[in-house]
Design a protein around this ligand. Structure first.
Ligand code: ADP
Length: 161
């Protein structure tokens, strides 16, 4: 039986930390779907389309990774995709409490779905989408922590906005 895993997130934008997690998940599971959350309540820097394009471009080297978007309840989406696993990345203890609560909540909603945590590479432990946007905005260098396509796209972010 093929095991499909969903790696959900805002990916606003995707960083090398996310890519590291997606690659490691793809080495374990038959198929990984990186799924961009359409969150109407949280204002995003990039559109869902842009976030998907950046993710697709920076993960095209991995054959068993697909990129998709979703809204609504994560567990409903996971079931709809006939996936068995939710992937989440852990950077530090500070991620744990939130992630643990969410995993328990999702288990309550759908006991058959497993949340699978992958620990980041220490070199990405301080990397988040929001810090990337902020550092870039203030002229700092983010080249080492985002894929090339994201670096180029960041340059367009504050133009005309
Ligand atoms: P969300 O809004 O759902 O937290 P994010 O795009 O910020 O979406 O993160 C998606 C997932 O990737 C989360 O599990 C988060 O902990 C993980 N993640 C984010 N940045 C990194 C990183 N640098 N290394 C490893 N995992 C990360």
């Amino acid at each position: 039986m093929k095991v499909r895993a969903i790696y959900p997130g805002s990916f606003d934008p995707i960083t090398n930390g996310h890519i590291y997690i997606a690659e490691r998940a793809a080495a374990i599971f038959d198929e990984v779907i990186v799924s961009v959350l359409v969150n109407e309540r949280k204002s995003a820097a990039f559109t869902v389309k842009e976030r998907c394009e950046m993710a697709r471009d920076s993960l095209k080297h991995v054959a068993n990774i697909k990129v998709d978007s979703f809204n609504g309840l994560l567990v409903d989406y996971v079931k709809q995709k006939e996936a068995a696993v939710i992937i989440r990345g852990l950077r530090a203890m500070s991620d744990f409490e939130y992630e643990f609560q969410m995993a328990l909540m999702n288990r309550q909603l759908a006991p058959e779905i497993e949340t699978f945590f992958i620990v980041t590479d220490p070199k990405y432990s301080y990397v988040s989408s929001s810090s990337v946007r902020e550092i870039f905005h203030f002229g700092g260098t983010v080249k080492d922590v985002v894929p090339r396509v994201v670096f180029e796209k960041l340059k367009t972010l504050h133009k005309g906005k």
